[in-house]
Design a protein around this ligand. Structure first.
Ligand code: NAD
Ligand code: G6P
Ligand code: MN
Length: 441
């Protein structure tokens, strides 16, 4: 077994990279890195974060070999773990994903509904190319992917690389929620053992065991019902995220069986959400004016100062630490339990085998060994199956270049429903995504 690893971050210019680097530093004894490379297709964007990284890593990660590049061979040669976080089309296209649907009266969101559909159809081509590039140089590297919309990306990669068992799609939201439950209960969330099922950004916690095996979920629901819900890092969050967490209380009141992923609110209350989202200033604007600006300004400042000792980087620990923990559990065969995206194959017994589901799994050096969920109730099965059909049809639409499949997908999405509305939204998104989407027949 190796004891230190070569890691490449694809999307080195991501707003999440500085936080991820800080997590790597914090966890260097748990997951030692020998060589770290950042790769991006936009040289100038990545350089700002790359120069910050040089300063930070020199102080916090002695001995680490670091570089950033736009050269594929340098990025992918002799790598053990590839961490992916790209955004095809950048924030400008995210803004379109949110504003075009909202201008037509339906949800416009990064990963849900028509916005997620638009983003998915942009991501697939780049993701396939990157996996092929990685495999050309490092056939055994683990590819840990954060790139959204994770559900659609995972389904597309499953189809193109069916034999590749070293691609793992992950999402940080279950961990954000676990840490937030910890805050609500005044407990250390790293000891929680969750039971969770669903699709990405479309799932539920059914149990939450403490280290003595006691289920904390009933108590947690009671507390959220009475006092509401906030993220673990509420003090650092923009208002829109606080509103999003607050709606968990509404969801628990309406459907008290389980604790829902925050993203379910777009599907449970589409009309309410549309009425409360600003179609002229969306989350993409909030991020461009907020996180993106703050992250890049702080990177420039640190690079100029030549020290990161007084760095005030606003970042999300759950995001950075989760992917490093996943890598650690695989690298050292830790067998710890994490919520990840895997092919169903009977885990949820009344959902089709070839669904990419999000569930808890034991993570070993051979990858995830998911824990059985069993049969799910009619309401959850109904919701999941329509969303799954939407995801499958979206990916069909991409590979077949089929307008009809795209229309079917959007019609099935609970945030749209009307086929006439779906057609209107689809036509507008085809226009907005010229050059990114396949040509539809
Ligand atoms: P961002 O635009 O700041 O960063 C993305 C970077 O990827 C940019 O620097 C861009 O130049 C680069 N890029 C684009 N296409 C590329 C390609 N083909 N090859 C290499 N690099 C490429 O976006 P962000 O907000 O920091 O998010 C990055 C990604 O991470 C997004 O897909 C986002 O949705 C995802 N994300 C996922 C989770 C999760 O839970 N799964 C959590 C956070 C972020
Ligand atoms: C959570 C989700 C990610 C998503 C991110 C959006 O972490 O799990 O999938 O990309 O939130 O955050 P943003 O701040 O860019 O809206
Ligand atoms: Mn996510």
């Amino acid at each position: 077994m190796k004891n230190s690893f070569n890691v490449t971050i694809v999307g080195g210019g991501s707003t999440w990279t500085p936080g991820l680097l800080m997590s790597m530093c914090k966890m260097k004894d748990r997951f030692p890195i020998k060589k770290l490379v950042m790769y991006d297709i936009v040289e100038q964007r990545q350089a700002v974060i790359g120069e910050f990284a040089k300063v930070l890593l020199k102080e916090e990660y002695p001995g680490l070999e670091f570089s950033y590049t736009t050269n594929k061979e340098e990025a992918y040669k002799d790598v053990d773990f590839v961490f992916m976080q790209i955004r095809t089309g950048g924030y400008k296209m995210r803004e379109q994903d949110e504003k075009v649907p909202l201008s037509l009266g339906v949800i416009g969101q990064e990963t849900c509904g028509a916005g997620g559909f638009a983003y998915g159809l942009r991501s697939i081509r780049d993701m396939i190319e990157i996996v092929n590039d990685v495999r050309k140089h490092s056939k055994d590297a683990w590819i840990l992917n954060y790139t959204n919309p994770a559900a659609i990306v995972a389904e597309a990669l499953r189809r193109v690389f069916p034999e590749d068992k070293k691609i793992l799609n992950i999402c940080d939201q279950p961990v954000n929620l676990l840490r937030s439950y910890g805050r609500v209960l005044g407990m250390d969330s790293s000891k929680f053992e969750p039971v969770y099922f669903g699709l990405n950004h479309f799932g539920w916690f059914t149990n939450l065991y403490d280290d003595e095996g006691k289920d904390l979920l009933p108590k947690l629901k009671e507390v959220i019902n009475e006092r509401g819900f906030i993220p673990v890092d509420a003090e650092q969050r923009d208002k829109s995220w606080l509103d999003t967490y607050a709606m968990v209380q509404d969801m628990v009141k309406d459907f008290p069986d389980y604790l829902p992923n925050t993203y379910l609110q777009y599907y449970y209350y589409p009309d309410y959400k549309v009425a409360h989202l600003n179609p002229n200033y969306t989350r993409a604007n909030e991020v461009m004016d907020g996180r993106e600006k703050r992250v890049f300004d702080e990177c420039r400042r640190v690079a100029e100062a030549g020290s990161a000792k007084d760095c005030h980087m606003v970042h999300n620990d759950a995001h950075g630490e989760f992917i490093v923990e996943v890598a650690e559990s695989i690298a050292f065969n830790k067998g710890r339990i994490y919520i990840v995206i895997v092919e169903n194959n009977g885990i949820i017994s009344n959902i089709q085998d070839d669904a990419m589901v999000e569930v808890a799994a034991v993570l070993t050096s051979n990858g995830p060994r998911p824990l059985a969920v069993g049969t799910i109730g009619t309401f959850y099965k109904g919701l999941m199956e329509s969303q799954l059909a939407y995801e499958k049809l979206a990916v069909d639409a991409y590979f077949e270049g089929s307008y009809e499949k795209a229309l079917q997908a959007l019609t099935l999405n609970r945030t749209i429903v009307s086929a006439k509305k779906a057609r209107e939204v689809l036509d507008a998104l085809i226009e907005a995504n010229k050059g990114y989407w396949p040509e539809f027949k």
